[in-house]
Design a protein around this ligand. Structure first.
Ligand code: SPV
Ligand code: MG
Length: 670
């Protein structure tokens, strides 16, 4: 396709404004002329070749085009008889460059907004821009429409006519017909009429459809009055507030494409979702928000970048009142639909508009996201993310995982609620559940090699950070090796409890004999572990059993401060009371002296407390230590009993999900 821009006219009605250059070089904004706007629009829509007819100031025009330095190939054709002929003759002069091609024809004094040219270029048939909402102009072009097609164009038609602007997309066959008629006219000496006079004679053979641009800006500039109206309208359009939000940290060509489209609608502000929102909605971002902001700030077409702190747009809309919000059309269904509905509602309150572009499902982008995910599972990347998540969110949660399958549940479960998304931040490799899954008691019987194997199974299919239940940590000489192995595997945190001898699960409390380690020995274990680790990321957390073993609050606090002093990266305080009072008391007293060391809780017994309340009191990690095992066991037992009592599997089917559903959880390839 070639663009044909007609710039041979004298533009006499513009007065002094055209005394030194052609009309198309008249400034519309401080940085753009009618022509530079048109040419940039052509570049944006992918046109590379321009045929431009010239007249007076031929050289000025040619030099000006070159100075714009746009990626366009120009064919300048001078009409030497510009003073006494009309543009029909200019086209005649350029005929050899115009044959057998689709032509985008425009007058050189036409200013239109981007959406107009976008619609024209998207048309599958030849078309001419018309406006059904404008009054019929006295002197300018009108198009007569018959049977849905343009039957005639001129200034003297008033019946069955609409206002029309000289912007055409002409498909090769239609254009050849019209061009041949233009040639015939000119060779017969008819050189001072409109090119449209030639069209009117063959219009029944052409299929040029009216393209209704309604109230969009598409105006010729003939007089200084036109100039003032059109340029203020153009500036208004250019300054429209356009807003678009991104969660991505991998910017690819589809993002650039949609940014380009959005920036053509006005001044584009990009919202970058905060790290916290991205983590709960999608996955841990590969780049923190500040980095993502810098990336977007440097993309062509982006005027401003802000942080969007919620998945829903209400705050942004209230603050910024964008004229246009741009989004992919993927949010019309699914969990984002309520967010979209709210955006539509809020925009309607002040006349804002939602513009949706088709969402790209190109497999190469899916592949990129897959790669990002596998990146997150690399040990070095995974290990440090727990600390980062704690810093970012203040308080994170973790759920138990004891196998690849439970790992996948921890990894993939997302709940959408009121336009927000929730998922687990980390996984807890519980000694109790790992032992139970193997049908063994939780007494450090399952050896470390086997525990590492469980971690490996989980790591193979997940990306989330791992907190390892290290029981007592064993003897110091063994503990240092455990630390190094876990660190190398990409585990983020080990929690060891201050017990010695035959460890039993804490939930037995004082019902079984359990011995607490001395402060000195346990502190030495922590210090040795801290010394052994190679990275800064890895965390060793001291778990205090004083409340479980009924040794009192003072003992718990004394140990907490001693273990922190010994280098512990966090304190886990445990209790098996239903009431959270002693946990709250510990947190309050610990926080009175230590504001920063992370506190971990396992609310199996005191399970009425919400994460928000824990956070408010100063807790940083909430671990749901065994709920998957505890809920799976009765379900499985029930099914086994049902099969035994009915002597077949049919009755049990109601409580089984189809295997297809389980399979869908399992990724085909990592
Ligand atoms: C585990 O999950 O193995 C724990 C937490 O150590 S608790 O069972 O509450 O002791
Ligand atoms: Mg345990």
């Amino acid at each position: 396709m070639k663009a044909l821009i007609l710039n041979s006219g004298l533009g006499r009605r513009m007065g002094v404004l055209t005394s030194e250059h052609p009309k198309c070089m008249t400034e519309i904004t401080a940085s753009d002329t009618i022509l530079s706007i048109q040419l940039k629009q052509l570049v944006d829509i992918g046109v590379t070749e321009v045929v431009m007819t010239t007249g007076l100031f031929d050289e000025v025009l040619v030099n000006y085009c070159r100075s714009l330095d746009l990626p366009l190939e120009y064919h300048f054709v001078n009409n030497p008889r510009y003073a006494e002929t009309n543009y029909i003759y200019s086209i005649y002069c350029a005929r050899d460059k115009l044959k057998n091609d689709d032509i985008l024809l425009m007058h050189g004094d036409l200013v239109f907004e981007n959406s107009v040219i976008d619609k024209v270029i998207a048309s599958e048939q030849s078309c001419m821009t018309v406006s059904s909402t404008l009054p019929l102009p006295e002197k300018d072009f009108k198009a007569v429409i018959k049977d849905g097609r343009i039957a005639a164009v001129g200034i003297s038609f008033f019946d069955d006519a609409v206002a029309a602007q000289p912007l055409y997309l002409l498909k090769k066959d239609d254009w050849n017909l019209w061009l041949n008629q233009i040639i015939a006219f000119c060779e017969a000496g008819e050189t001072s009429c409109y090119a449209e006079n030639a069209f009117n004679e063959i219009s029944d053979k052409c299929r040029i459809m009216p393209l209704d641009v309604k109230g969009s800006l598409c105006n010729e500039i003939d007089t200084p009055e036109d100039l003032s109206v059109v340029s203020s309208r153009f500036r208004e359009i250019e300054n429209r507030k356009v807003y678009m939000c991104f969660s991505t940290d991998i910017i690819h060509s589809a993002h650039i494409g949609i940014i380009k489209k959005a920036s053509r609608l006005g001044k584009l502000t990009v919202g970058v979702l905060s790290d916290e929102v991205v983590t709960s909605y999608k996955r841990f971002p590969l780049l923190p928000c500040e980095e993502r902001k810098v990336l977007f700030q440097n993309i062509n077409g982006v005027s401003r970048v802000i942080e969007q702190k919620a998945l829903d747009y209400s705050d942004v809309i209230k603050e910024m009142q964008p004229d246009i919000i741009v989004h992919g059309d993927d949010w019309r269904t699914g969990f984002q639909k309520p967010i979209r509905d709210e955006v539509v509602r809020l925009l309607a309150t002040y006349g804002g508009r939602l513009v949706e572009f088709p969402y790209s499902t190109d497999p190469k982008y899916v592949e990129l996201e897959k790669r990002a995910l596998s990146n997150l599972s690399i040990p070095d990347v995974r290990r440090g993310r727990l600390r980062k998540a704690i810093d970012m969110k203040g308080c994170i949660n973790a759920i138990e995982a004891h196998s690849g399958l439970t790992g996948l549940i921890a990894e993939q479960t997302v709940v959408q609620q009121n336009g927000k998304a929730y998922q687990f931040d980390a996984m807890w490799i519980s000694s109790l559940c790992d032992s139970t899954a193997k049908g063994k008691p939780d007494i450090e019987l399952v050896d470390m090699t086997s525990r590492f194997r469980t971690i490996d199974d989980i790591m193979e299919v997940t990306t989330k950070p791992i907190i390892f239940d290290g029981d007592t940590g064993g003897i110091i000489e063994h503990f240092v090796y455990t630390v190094r192995t876990l660190e190398r595997m990409g585990v983020s945190m080990i929690i060891i409890e201050d017990k010695t001898g035959l460890k039993k699960n804490s939930l037995f409390g004082t019902e079984v004999e359990q011995t607490q380690d001395t402060i000195e020995n346990f502190s030495a274990k922590i210090s040795a572990g801290k010394k052994a680790q190679k990275t800064k990321d890895f965390m060793i957390v001291a778990r205090i059993e004083s409340l479980i073993l009924e040794k009192g609050m003072d003992d718990a606090l004394e140990r907490a401060f001693a273990f922190t002093e010994a280098g512990a990266d966090g304190i886990m305080i445990h209790s098996r009371k239903k009431e959270p009072d002693e946990i709250f008391e510990f947190i309050e007293k610990f926080r009175a002296k230590d504001k920063t060391t992370p506190i971990v809780v396992v609310p199996t017994s005191f399970n009425t407390v919400t994460e928000a309340e824990f956070k408010e009191r100063g807790v940083n990690v909430v671990i749901y230590a065994n709920q998957l095992t505890r809920s799976a066991y009765p379900a499985m037992k029930n099914t086994a009993e049902l099969i035994l009592s009915t002597h077949r599997a049919k009755e049990a089917d109601d409580q089984c999900i189809p295997f297809k559903e389980i399979i869908s959880l399992i990724p085909e390839e990592q």
